[in-house]
Design a protein around this ligand. Structure first.
Ligand SMILES: CC(C)(COP(=O)(O)OP(=O)(O)OC[C@H]1O[C@@H](n2cnc3c(N)ncnc32)[C@H](O)[C@@H]1OP(=O)(O)O)[C@@H](O)C(=O)NCCC(=O)NCCS
Length: 309
């Protein structure tokens, strides 16, 4: 869906969207494709890339706020679709930060020796959750999935540090009020968009810039490396201006930052693995490189992970 397509739906313009967000187009999946379908494809591709047989997978974690069902989890659906007969599957609900949280959980299980192969997915069908009457949000989001396989290493590569934090006091800046058990859909629910995504964009913007910057520095310090050692930053793709502010705060060269928001918009928990995959496939990441991932989302919740490739 291009910005021109959106001009036909709400009062907006290609120029406004591009200048304020950096987004030109986003992917919207049709009704026949579910969030778990996209997650399964991403997991399948990651497993193929990692030469990982279905029976060897111990755990599959899907980071998502748009799962196919309230229950069961997407994790169980992916497990069944891919024949991961020896695995446990479950979801992590941490909005745009979910992939970092999933990666951190996998790190704990791998480092403790409890599990050997964990598939971490980030998948979202945000289009089903978007208020298509609200121009301040509907231009931002897209559908996507991305995945990685995490396993023990012996050559110094892997997850060096992770950081997670949340602050529930800011929960109403980015939320969906109706549809849970506190405010369920009732027969007399008069549709007003409160069961879709609401966001106070400028509030979110300020906190995102500040906390993503801090999260990056924390992961770098905890790993005992210097900011200039980082080869590539893969930030959550929420808004081009947030990424530009992050670049200024960290005082890093823009060519060390992976940006693909132009094509996909904000895909929440899918955005970091999607950008990571594009960076990897296009040859931007070499063995031994330090790759810093950072994300921020509704909760509010944020986190970072530093990886030696
Ligand atoms: C949403 C966001 C792009 C809005 O940009 P902004 O510069 O803050 O714009 P504002 O919300 O102040 O709105 C400015 C004006 O543009 C208008 N506007 C909002 N959306 C518009 C659109 N799609 N097209 C045209 N005009 C729009 C507003 O109505 C407002 O008009 P007004 O001044 O007449 O009231 C920006 O706040 C943002 O990116 N926030 C963070 C979002 C984010 O990262 N969220 C996810 C975190 S995981």
């Amino acid at each position: 869906m291009t910005n021109a397509d959106l001009e036909k739906i709400v009062e907006t313009s290609d120029q406004w969207i591009l200048e304020r967000t950096g987004i030109r187009e986003r992917r919207i999946c049709d009704d026949s494709i579910t969030c778990a379908d996209m997650a399964t494809e991403a997991a399948r591709n990651a497993m193929a890339m990692a030469n990982c047989a279905p029976e060897d997978v111990d755990m599959v974690i899907d980071a998502t706020v748009t799962a196919d069902y309230t229950l069961p989890s997407n994790g169980c659906l992916i497990q069944e679709k891919l024949g991961l007969v020896n695995a446990v599957g479950f979801d992590v609900v941490a909005a745009c930060s979910g992939f970092i949280n999933g990666l951190t959980i996998s790190r704990g299980f791998i480092e403790s020796g409890m599990y050997k192969k964990i598939v971490v997915v980030g998948s979202e069908k945000l289009s089903a959750f978007t208020n298509w009457n609200d121009r301040s949000t509907c231009v931002l989001f897209g559908d996507a999935a991305g995945a990685v396989v995490v396993e023990p290493s012996t050559n110094g590569s892997g997850i060096l540090s992770t950081f997670m934090k949340s602050d529930g006091r800011m929960r109403e800046w980015l939320w969906s009020k109706v549809g849970g058990t506190k405010h369920p859909h009732t027969p007399d629910f008069a549709w007003d968009g409160t069961d879709k995504i609401y966001m106070s964009g400028s509030d979110v913007f300020k906190v995102a810039v500040k906390e993503m910057g801090r999260a990056c520095l924390k992961a770098i310090a905890d790993a005992g490396v210097k900011p200039e050692d980082v080869s590539l930053v893969v930030p959550h793709q929420a808004n081009m201006r947030i990424i530009e502010s992050l670049i200024k705060r960290l005082n890093i060269s823009p060519d060390k930052v992976m940006i693909n928001i132009e094509k996909y918009g904000n895909t929440s928990s899918a955005s970091v693995p999607l950008a990571l995959d594009e960076a990897n496939r296009s040859g931007r990441i070499k063995p031994g490189d330090l790759v810093l991932m950072v994300a921020f989302g509704g909760g509010m919740i944020w986190g970072s992970a530093l990886v030696r490739w």
